[in-house]
Design a protein around this ligand. Structure first.
Ligand code: C2O
Ligand code: CU
Length: 656
């Protein structure tokens, strides 16, 4: 329903642009000074009016979603409808007067002015939906300016609008119109070019109602936030790994060969398994030709300097160079790692892998349990070949009946994927690396796993096949290696807001928050970095213009994500875990629901909270990495923390 209203409204707004041009043409053209309006003008105007009425209805229909959804449409479209209807009734309504009385019309000049005004407000309303309030304001100004110039021209020349005079004036008007549109587009495109260097330090900030403090100056650099106090080796075990970024040709089991970028020649890269409490030391070696690379530990709350974001916490590691990451694996769970340099390209091409932190007291893995990470990935493009690991079809695994099985689902794509497990009673043991409190047994599982998110499933292997599907590719687990009957009824969709049972948390929906932020997520037509693009905006801005969310160490922070677009946006906050307090205004009732990547669906509103307890400069972005590359990135900054790194075409860093 939401999608339907949202996109219908958007399409109508889009169609209003050419219709408005037609009205303008017919209502102001040669002959406009004639007392009698043309039928064409009237008909086109009716279309414009009908569109505005439908858009107003869309605004009303969205009222249940809240004012953030309905308001902009009502506020912009309602005046447009009133102005346009008035103009139509007074100036453009074709003859239909009571018989016997001559039609009364205002002068052509008045009519032209009215039509221009009406077309202008409808355009402003359309631009507000399509390109945002800034573009709407610019459109309003442009219409005003053009009318003023036309008025002045005619006043100074003391002559009326030209009468019908063949095709020349018409061609001239078309040329002027096209030139105007092209000039505006070129200007907007040029203005959208990103600075060659931008620094995360010193830009606009949003303090969320808290004290501004010393924002950046004279503070501590992110490079000093290495967590040295917690990573002193001492008596802890050290897990050492080397990840070498290199090219390799990998073969999907569909037979397709992929020229991939890999860690250690494989993709997914090596699965890193460590124990909770261990010190993890990973040496990144870059052997890719001509491109930089980093490693980001997705979902692990590492010290800021180890976060691996090019241009924010380090420079991209140049070909031939190395970088050593050190952090303590504090929390057990399922995580993954991936490059955070040109991530929309590099993750897609294969620079990712799984990171599993086993609980401190878990028995050493023996033959009695099956513990498998299942990484879903789509190769080539969004519509490319989807796989689990490298398997695009249905893979088989032999698992003796009675074994405990843990499947760690990881969605490495940007779009959400539906995972379905049938054939055994199952529990959803963990979400984004945090255990679910008292997860109930489900007859089967169907889970919408958002981009970047992880869900752990546990079950006891029955004496029959168990089938896992992930929107296409699948795996069949069976005691004898045979295929399962794949016609089990689809289980109900898991609702993490109501799954499990409540447990005490350090803060919750009634806490007193030190900072509150609201982020409106939209899709807008326009230009990004000089190219025509769907811009994915946060409070109507795109990276690097989205104000940094400023917090102080120790703050309790509330963030409200309002997704007004028609797309899923898996919002990933680095370095922190967020507790989901409410969805669409309703408080969560199940287990505490902790996430590092929150998939906000179209029309959804989420209220989340986190403790600012990991000083640094942290990315907060949509993990649909194409969206991030089109602007959906902001940062969380701590007062007193600065970064010496920069991003942009003039640097080696392109984190998105
Ligand atoms: Cu998994 Cu900022 O990324
Ligand atoms: Cu997104």
């Amino acid at each position: 329903m939401y999608l339907w209203v949202h996109y219908t409204d958007m399409v109508i707004a889009l169609l209003q642009l050419p219709v408005a041009a037609a009205v303008w043409w017919a209502g102001t053209g040669p002959g406009a000074s004639a007392a009698r309006p043309s039928r064409t003008a009237a008909v086109a105007f009716l279309l414009l009016l009908g569109g505005a009425a439908l858009r107003l209805a869309a605004g009303v229909l969205l009222l249940p979603w809240g004012w953030e959804f309905a308001g902009p449409r009502l506020v912009f479209v309602a005046p447009a409808l009133v102005v346009a209807a008035t103009v139509y009734l007074v100036w453009l309504r074709p003859a239909g007067e009571p018989p016997g009385e001559p039609p009364v019309y205002r002068s052509g000049q008045e009519r032209v002015a009215a039509v221009v005004g009406a077309v202008g407000v409808v355009l402003v309303a359309a631009m507000a939906e399509l390109a945002g309030t800034g573009a709407a304001a610019a459109t309003g100004l442009a219409v005003l300016g053009a009318s003023a110039m036309g008025w002045a021209y005619r006043k100074l020349r003391r002559r009326p609008a030209p009468e019908h005079a063949g095709w020349r004036p018409a061609a001239a008007r078309v040329a002027v119109g096209v030139a105007l549109v092209v000039a505006v587009a070129a200007g907007v495109s040029a203005a959208s070019v990103l600075p060659a260097r931008s620094s995360m330090t010193g830009g606009a900030v949003d303090t969320g109602g808290g004290a501004a403090g010393h924002q950046h100056r004279g503070g501590i650099s992110v490079t000093e936030l290495t967590g040295a106090d917690t990573t002193a080796a001492g008596d802890v075990a050290v897990d050492r790994f080397t990840l070498t970024a290199q090219e390799a040709t990998v073969r999907l089991d569909s037979g397709e060969q992929v020229a991939a970028w890999t860690f250690n020649g494989a993709t997914p890269g090596p699965q890193l398994v460590v124990r909770q409490g261990d010190l993890v030391e990973v040496t990144l070696v870059n052997r890719l030709p001509g491109v930089g690379v980093t490693v980001h530990w997705h979902g692990v709350d590492v010290p800021n300097a180890m976060d691996g974001v090019a241009g924010v916490t380090q420079d991209a590691v140049a070909p031939g160079a190395t970088f050593v990451y050190r952090f303590r694996a504090v929390q057990a769970g399922t995580y993954w790692y991936h490059s955070h340099e040109m991530s929309s390209v590099q993750v897609r091409r294969g620079l990712f892998g799984a990171l599993v932190v086993l609980p401190r007291d878990a028995p050493v893995r023996d033959g009695d349990t099956v513990d498998e990470t299942v990484l879903r990935h789509t190769w080539g493009s969004e519509d490319g070949v989807a796989t689990l690991g490298l398997g695009s079809g249905v893979q088989r695994r032999a698992v003796p009946a009675g074994r405990q099985v843990r499947l760690r689902l990881v969605n490495t794509d940007g779009d959400p994927a539906t995972f379905t497990l049938t054939g055994a009673p199952v529990r959803v043991a963990a979400i984004d690396g945090t255990d679910v409190h008292e997860p109930g047994v489900l007859p089967g599982a169907r889970i919408l796993v958002g981009g970047g998110a992880r869900y752990d499933l546990v079950f006891t292997m029955p004496d029959q096949p168990v089938t896992l599907r992930a929107d296409g590719p699948g795996i069949v687990y069976s005691p004898h290696g045979d295929a399962g009957p794949d016609h089990a009824a689809a289980p109900a969709m898991l609702d993490p807001a109501r799954y499990g049972t409540p447990a005490a948390t350090a803060f919750g929906t009634d806490s007193r928050f030190d900072r509150r932020f609201t982020l409106r997520l939209d899709e807008r037509l326009g230009f990004y970095d000089g190219r025509p693009a769907v811009r994915y905006t946060l409070n109507d801005a795109t990276f690097p213009d989205v104000p940094m969310l400023m917090v102080s160490d120790g703050d309790l922070v509330e963030v409200t994500y309002i997704n007004r677009s028609g797309q899923h946006h898996p919002m990933h906050l680095h370095g922190h875990h967020m507790l989901v307090l409410a969805r669409n205004g309703r408080t969560t009732t199940g287990s505490p629901w902790w996430v590092d990547t929150l998939d906000a669906g179209p029309g959804e509103t989420y209220r989340v909270a986190f403790r600012a307890d990991n000083p640094g400069m942290w990315m907060d972005h949509c993990h649909n990495l194409e969206h991030a590359a089109n602007g959906m990135i902001l940062h969380l900054g701590y007062t007193g923390v600065t970064s010496p790194f920069q991003t942009g075409s003039g640097t080696v860093n392109h984190p998105e």
